[in-house]
Structures are given as C-alpha cells and as structure tokens.
Design a protein around this ligand. Structure first.
Ligand code: SAM
Length: 410
C-alpha cells in the first residue's frame, strides 16, 4: 500500500514549549530556527556543542544538563529527538506519541510523527520542501530544490511578481559597474518584476536582454527632450509611466547617489506624489579599481580615498572641487568622468605639490569583457590617454595604491 503523503503545515511556536533532546550537530542546526520562531525552547542533554552552549549562555534557551527522563515531553507542543542513544530516542518518541506531541527523530524518519523540511527565506516568504513519503526521502534533493528556488527568487531568474506587496511607483536601482553579476539581489528582483525599465548607458546592460518580452525597455539617452533638459525629460518619463500604474525601474550605473542624479529624480517623483524606492549599487569608484587589482586603501600606504568628479576642469568656474587641497592629501584620489580633463587635473595637482611621479592608473570599462588598464604617472597621464586611446567610461586612480598589487596588464 502506498504511504500517505506528509501534510505540510507552519507551526506558530511563539511562547510554546519545544523540547530538544540532544545537544549535538542536529540540535545546533535546528535550534536557531526554533529560537527565531519564538519558541520556549528547552534543551535536555548532558553535553552540547560550543555553539549550542553559546545559545544557552545568551539566554536563548533553557538547558537541563542531564539525559532524557520520562516526563520531559509531557507539556511540550513539539519535540526534536536527536540524542546519540537510540534506545532513549525510542522511549522519548513513545512518550511523545502518548502525549500527542509531534516529534521529529533525527535517527529514524519512519518512527517520527513530523519531518523538518528543507527551508529557506526570500523577501518575507519561507520556502519549505518536503519529500512526499518516507521512502522517497532524499534530504540532499530537497535541499537542492530549496536552494534552486531561493537562489532563483533572489537573483531574479525565477520570476514571482508580488501581487499584493508589489512596490508601487519607481525604483531607482543602482546596477553596479557593468558586470551583470554585480547588481544587488534586490535590484535584480525589482528588475525582474518591472513593467518598464529606463536604463542608462552605463551599468549592467546585459541584464536588459534577459527581461521578458512584455517589459518596455527605454534607453534614457534616447528620450526626446525638445524644450526640456535631458534630465527633466527623464523625470517626466518616470512620472508618466508610474502614473499609468506600471512598476518602473530606473536602472542606473554604479550607485544612484554617486554622481548619478538619484536625488534629483527622487525629488521630482516626490513632487509628483509618486513613491520611490532607492536600491544602492556597487559604485564604480571602488569596484572598478578593485577589478583592475587596485585597492583604494592599503595598510601603511593610504588611509583615505577621495572620490572626485573630473567632468569640469580645475580652472572652470563651475568647479566645486578644491584641487589645491586635494594635492596635499596623502591618500588615494579616485576621479570619475575625468578622461577628457586629465591633463589639466594632473597639471593642477603637480602645481600644488603632488609629485609628478605619483602613480596613475586609468581603468576603462571596468568589470566588463572590455576592461583595460593603462598605467602612467601624473607627468605622463595626459599623453598616455592619447597614446592608448583611453575613452570614457574610465576611473582614474591617483596614488601609491596603484603600484601595491601586481599589475594584471603589465
Ligand atoms: C555619471 S558617473 C556615474 C557613476 C556611478 N553612479 C557609480 O557610482 O559608479 C559616470 C562615470 O563613472 C565611471 N564609471 C562608471 N562605470 C564604469 C566602468 N564600468 N568602468 C570605468 N568607469 C566607470 C566613469 O568615470 C564614468 O564617466
């Protein structure tokens, strides 16, 4: 006769007594979830692993340092039987049966009245996987299914739109420097749930190709702006799509608030009464040097790094950067949007005291397949840009950190 399938259920254990027999590896694995569920957790075991002991020391459970005794399960709601003594386990499960306490047996799934599913969590949902019957039990398989579902939900490859808790309005998502693996889990999930994506040139463009066909992808650079400024036209596009009740993702390169005009867009949305969620991203200012083997700080070499926009030259009256002060810093200077102005920038830094021999690295299209690094010094940076045809987007790193690691392009 075929065995009946197990009946899945979620136990609400807050304040309810749960007894765990045995303080070994099984208890160590299971206790955190019982504690997290708010159970009044009682451990009965002469010994425990250091992690279980730490839980007892922290007051997360009550520990009776002795072997199992008849009566331990009398007023429990749920029991986990996991001692190394088969005979004690059998007596304990007989007691559980008498008191009608659901019990898990670590040594004998057939003798248990309950099974622990393989569980994982993703954004307010618990995924629990059980095999149908004891004969089909294959814990590795259930764990693998759990991992596949949780991973898929986290990285957006498994699309399960939130119907009730869908984030309304616009999400400003920092997409990271370009490698599609360097977007955050939350960013990837929101992207997978979007109806409309308005994307910049920089950032993880490859992810756009994976979006389902119904998703409208708009290139921010191609939004016609007629009598508006380009930024105003982008703001309007965000507002218009959100007003139609669509889930809109504004996908930006790096982090939305690092030279990303994120706050301008958030303010425009707020003025239009549209809710906005901001998802941080990995900024190119740290990750692109890192991808090229350059740490922005290094013990004994640089105790600070300063991220600067080089989009206007130091002598331009619109510049808000105090270049003479930057020249006096001993740490690392990271310059974004500075390729065109590197000559003037280097000149100004040297004029205010930086050594012309200070190492410089220019990292173009970092973290993408086209990444390349050109090394120079402040004296030679401008000619290196011309000689090697360095083009934006590139991050320029100035300082001794440039030479602390092996140069991958040397
Ligand atoms: C408008 S800023 C945006 C910065 C972005 N919000 C961030 O946090 O990385 C654009 C500049 O970032 C730098 N940048 C962004 N992605 C890059 C990449 N993959 N490789 C090199 N530089 C990059 C370049 O200096 C580029 O000109």
């Amino acid at each position: 006769m075929a065995e009946n399938p197990a009946y899945p259920v979620g136990l609400r254990l807050t304040g309810r007594k749960v007894v765990v027999l045995g303080g070994g590896q099984v208890a160590q694995r299971r206790l955190p979830a019982l504690i997290a569920a708010g159970a009044d957790t009682v451990l009965v075991s002469p010994e425990a692993t250091p992690s279980v002991e730490a839980m007892a020391d922290a007051g997360e459970l009550t520990w009776h340092k002795r072997p199992y005794e008849e009566g331990d399960l009398a007023d429990a709601w749920y029991a986990l039987i996991a001692t190394g003594d088969k005979e004690a386990n059998t007596r304990a499960s007989a007691e559980a049966e008498r008191h009608r306490v659901w019990c898990v047996r670590s040594d004998d799934a057939d003798a248990a009245t309950a099974w622990t599913p393989a569980t994982g969590h993703s954004e307010g949902v618990t995924i629990a996987v059980l095999t149908t019957d004891a004969r089909g039990r294959d814990p590795r398989h259930t764990a693998a299914i759990r991992d596949a579902v949780v991973e898929g939900l986290r990285d957006g490859t498994l699309v399960a739109p939130h119907h009730r808790t869908r984030i309304p309005g616009v999400a400003l998502v920092g997409g990271g420097p370009g490698d599609p693996d360097l977007i955050t889990v939350r960013g990837r999930r929101l992207l997978a749930e979007a109806d409309v994506v308005i994307a910049d040139r920089l950032g993880p463009r490859d992810l756009l190709a994976e979006l389902p066909p119904h998703v409208e992808v708009i290139d921010a650079a191609k939004i016609p702006y007629g009598r508006f400024m380009a930024q105003e036209a982008i703001n309007n596009a965000l507002i218009e799509h959100a007003k139609q009740g669509k889930s809109v993702v504004r996908l930006k390169g790096g982090d939305p608030y690092v030279f990303g005009r994120g706050m301008e867009e958030l303010q425009a949305l707020a003025e239009a009464g549209i809710p906005c969620t901001v998802v941080p991203g990995i900024s190119s200012s740290i990750s692109v040097p890192g991808a090229a083997g350059i740490p922005v700080t290094h013990r004994g070499v640089a105790h600070e790094f300063t991220v600067v926009s080089g989009h206007v030259a130091p002598d331009d009256e619109r510049s808000l950067v105090d270049w003479p002060s930057l020249a006096k810093l001993t740490g690392t200077l990271v310059i974004l949007m500075g390729v065109d102005k590197i000559g003037k920038i280097a000149e100004t830094l040297v004029a205010h005291g930086k050594s012309p021999d200070t190492p410089v690295a220019l990292v173009q299209e970092g973290t993408t397949a086209a990444q390349r690094r050109v090394d120079a010094t402040l004296a030679t940076a401008a000619e290196a840009v011309l000689a090697h045809e360095v083009k934006p987007p590139a991050v320029i790193v100035i300082g001794e950190v440039v030479t602390v690691g092996p140069n991958p392009s040397a």
